[in-house]
Design a binder for this molecule. Sequence first.
Ligand SMILES: NC(=O)c1ccc[n+]([C@@H]2O[C@H](COP(=O)([O-])OP(=O)(O)OC[C@H]3O[C@@H](n4cnc5c(N)ncnc54)[C@H](OP(=O)(O)O)[C@@H]3O)[C@@H](O)[C@H]2O)c1
Length: 336
Amino acid sequence: MTPRNLGRSGPVVSTLGLGCMAMSGIYGPADRAESIATLHAALDAGITLLDTGDFYGMGHNELLIREALASRRGGGGRDKLLLSVKFGALRDPAQNWGGYDARPAALKNFLAYSLQRLGVDYIDIYRPARLDPQVPIEETVGAIADMIKAGYVRYVGLSEVGAATLRRAQKVHPICDLQIEYSLASRGLEAQILPVCRELGIAITAYGVLSRGLISGHFSRERAAGEAGFRKHSPRFQGENLEKNLALVEQLRGVAAEIGASVAQVAIAWVVAQGPDIVPLIGAKRREQLTESLGALEVGLTVAQVGALTRAMPAEAVVGTRYMASQMGQLDSERS
Ligand SMILES: NC(=O)c1ccc[n+]([C@@H]2O[C@H](COP(=O)([O-])OP(=O)(O)OC[C@H]3O[C@@H](n4cnc5c(N)ncnc54)[C@H](OP(=O)(O)O)[C@@H]3O)[C@@H](O)[C@H]2O)c1
């Protein structure tokens, strides 16, 4: 896999990273053995970046990664692997969400627990999942920088913040990457955030490259009826919105057939084609999904094909916001 630089200040990573969130149930149940087999297959294929959050399954995801690494020879090759961990999202025992806490003291507490659960001495990239409106970004980034000096963290990342916050954060400590949703269906970052990232030498780790499975080519209105997790409330998956969005996916399918790839592969390849500073996170929780996603690297889109895909799914034609209204309000990236 051709390596990409994770920003001017960050490490070298594989072209694609593996996002492990779906292995802890956000889109419905996941099979533990299959999740671990998928993690192993990803590492075997040359993926060097694993993304998680301490709140994914309330620690479940970190423990799963620990188990997957422990069951590989040499502990998974810790020194060749980059662990990217998000913190700050608060949960309750009923799994409800309870806001964010990115105060320095809270961060150090979250970090201590993550190190313990992951069974590692350091985390490669540590980032607040969202901007905590009560805490200046300088304090949060300053506290991560302290943890870097102490040897517990290697790089600072951010997630879903806007251009002004990026500039403030970068003055405290170099930011290696911004994790933010980016796909054919979600292109909001292109106007202001991406140019500022490029000016500051900050890479993008792109999530939602399949718009939570909506543009995977495998979703259907029949499946929507059985959804219990994120998609049950996601505006893009509701009623008429879903009908219209799936009609766009069919247009995408037509272009994908001409290219000779699957819908998921062209959707991932489209993000790969947006620049060498963009590292898509693939959200596979099964080996067959991983294999399909990795096939995107063989696609090598031409400029004309990128244009044809963009015309088949114009982002402005996608109906529904990428999160529910209450969650959209928590996105600093949507404010600037
Ligand atoms: N920073 C943030 O705020 C944030 C937010 C969300 C996610 N993330 C990170 O980004 C990662 C990617 O998650 P995402 O949900 O946004 O990814 P996504 O690629 O938009 O959606 C992944 C889902 O698409 C479906 N799918 C169908 N075919 C697939 C294929 N060939 N390969 C992979 N998935 C396929 C799967 O759901 P089914 O199995 O149900 O079909 C899968 O769970 C997460 O694991 C997490 O690490 C970060």
